[in-house]
Design a protein around this ligand. Structure first.
Ligand SMILES: [Zn+2]
Length: 229
């Protein structure tokens, strides 16, 4: 009893001495601990499906317009997947003023739903959506579309869990595309939103330039592989 108390005391004194002599370790330790606590807090909240942490945001994709030289950035989903099989989707495109974009997203939604790996459900409340499908008009980027993905990293397993995606079609480039290529781009971005990274396969909706092909068998198989368990 007394010996264990003495041992504890020695450990505490030794630790205090060490930290006193290495003040930077105190800061590092504090930062490490607070980071872990934050990650766990986020993970715990995530189970309740309510919390979204902006500082955990990771932008996971940039797509280049096909007219431009290939400066496509690689995606960084790195195995991030949804923890659930039913996803709420909000269409944030005015169907009356932007019918082609509304139709492109609708086709992508229907096509991925038909694949029958994940179930996509349209919701009327944007704040409840897992995935928001929208547009942007940006000339300051070379991307024809983007899927901005938020995910959490489990500090123990390193596993990434997607929590929210905002997928955008850039009208600055896509206005010059056919309806088919608009829809292919929408299928590509929604593919990212479901967890698919790019592929070197040329005949794939997830090819890096992303507008020549719609969803192919290879894409369906990759999605199945991501969610089989
Ligand atoms: Zn892409």
């Amino acid at each position: 009893m007394r010996i264990s108390r003495i041992i504890k005391l020695i450990i505490i004194v030794a630790a205090a001495t060490y930290l006193f002599q290495n003040p930077d370790k105190v800061t590092q330790g504090r930062e490490w601990a607070s980071e872990k606590v934050q990650q766990w807090a986020v993970l715990l909240d995530e189970k309740g499906d309510q919390y979204r942490s902006p500082e955990k945001t990771s932008t996971a994709n940039n797509d280049t317009a096909v007219q431009e030289p290939n400066t496509h950035d690689a995606t960084h989903l790195d195995g991030a997947v949804w923890a659930k099989k039913t996803l709420k989707v909000y269409f944030d495109v005015p169907a009356d003023s932007m019918p082609e974009y509304s139709a492109a997203w609708r086709r992508a939604f229907d096509s991925w739903n038909a694949v029958d790996v994940l179930t996509l459900v349209a919701v009327a409340d944007k704040s409840k959506a897992d995935i928001v499908l929208t547009t942007e008009d940006r000339s300051d980027t070379q991307q024809a579309g983007v899927a901005q993905t938020q995910f959490l990293v489990n500090p123990l397993t390193g596993k990434r869990v997607m929590t929210h995606v905002e997928a955008k079609l850039n009208v600055h480039y896509l206005n010059y595309y056919s309806a088919t290529r608009k829809a292919n781009t929408a299928e590509h971005e929604l593919g990212h939103a479901l967890g698919l990274d790019h592929t070197a396969d040329r005949e794939s909706v997830m090819q890096t330039q992303g507008s020549e092909y719609g969803i192919q068998a290879v894409d369906i198989n990759r999605l199945k592989a991501l969610y089989q368990n």
